[in-house]
Ligand binder design. Structure first.
Ligand SMILES: [Zn+2]
Length: 335
């Protein structure tokens, strides 16, 4: 079996992947047919619209898709169909980062949003055997009003499957410390802290995520590679970095895959997981990201299986889900 085939069939968990950013051309086509306008519904035109060109084009596609999610039924369709696509890559468990704020400001009441994602989650678990959990993230570019609103959705309208509280969007010009009160309140309510940091900013923002936001895992965190003391801190505290190699190249956070600091981070003893971030929009998939990681880290089948186990261990999945998924990986990877 080739390593590509091994990865394709390997049972996996994904921890860093965005809800709207996971919409494939197939899903966007369905939404575009419901809401005719800027986004083409025709499959060929849609594939061209979607083809990744550069970061500015990614933002354009992303916002166009955000604009297509207008009703609770759109939220339900997006979520359920993303789950279907995940199952096609042998995912068994995913923590999907949702940004309810962007839907609520477009007119979907939070109660209807919550009901729609929960409906899709239970249907996906029943139909595909995929277990989903939610991370609600603050869209950093919308500032403190968005943070206040996102916290209230997480505390006063929490869906059953909400496990984490995050912070996304651009980092430059969006200092992490201002969100400390929101993370304090979310953590006090039992939510796990998973902010993005150190993607396009230096190690100081990763320190902020650790010291001020109580991060248990960090989205990206790749600039930690510039700071040996920070790497030692992450390793000692067992703070996991959610690494998304192709995303980092697409956003120009790193110049090329060969220039990615994954190897240095792993060699420093920091725990990592491999993730896809916004896969169709970056022209990638979780399977492709595993292949990239295997190349950067010189991994064989057993090494790749260990990456899959690390994602399960670093997840916030229920104990029974973790045990059964680890057993399934062991059985699949048994020589
Ligand atoms: Zn992300």
């Amino acid at each position: 079996m080739s390593l590509t085939d091994f990865i394709a069939g390997l049972p996996k968990a994904e921890l860093h992947v965005h809800h709207v950013g996971s919409a494939s051309p197939r899903i966007v086509g369905e939404l575009a047919t419901r809401h005719p306008g800027v986004v083409p519904g025709d499959p060929q035109a849609l594939r061209e619209f979607f083809a990744f060109r550069d970061f500015a084009h990614f933002i354009e596609v992303y916002l166009a898709v955000v604009d297509l999610v207008r009703t609770p039924e759109d939220v339900r369709t997006l979520t359920y169909e993303v789950a279907r696509d995940m199952t096609g890559q042998s995912l068994r468990y995913a923590e999907l980062t949702c940004t309810p704020y962007t839907s609520v400001v477009r007119g979907i009441p939070i109660e209807a949003y919550t009901e729609a994602i929960e409906d899709a989650r239970t249907a996906a678990e029943r139909d595909f055997g995929l277990v989903l959990r939610w991370i609600y993230d603050i869209p950093g570019e919308s500032g403190l009003p968005a943070a206040d609103a996102t916290l209230s959705y997480a505390l006063e309208h929490a869906p059953d499957a909400l496990v984490g509280f995050g912070l996304g969007g651009p980092e430059i010009g969006v200092p992490r410390p201002q969100f400390q009160p929101h993370f304090d309140a979310a953590r006090a309510a039992g939510l796990r802290s998973v902010p993005h940091s150190g993607e396009t900013t230096g190690p100081e923002s990763v320190w902020d995520a650790c010291r001020l936001l109580g991060a248990e895992r960090i989205g990206h965190g790749i600039s930690a590679a510039e700071d040996p003391e920070l790497l030692a801190h992450l390793a000692a505290e067992g703070i996991t970095l959610e690494i998304c190699p192709s995303s980092n190249v697409a956003t120009r956070a790193v110049a090329s895959l060969d220039a990615h600091p994954l190897r240095a981070i792993v060699d420093a003893g920091v725990r990592v997981t491999v993730n896809s971030d916004d896969p169709p929009m970056f022209g990638t998939s979780l399977n492709e990201e595993y292949a990239v990681a295997a190349r950067l880290l010189d991994l064989d089948e057993q090494g790749v299986a260990e990456l899959a186990r690390e994602a399960v261990r670093a997840s916030f999945a229920p104990a029974a889900v973790r045990q059964s998924l680890l057993a399934e990986i062991d059985a699949y990877a048994a020589p």
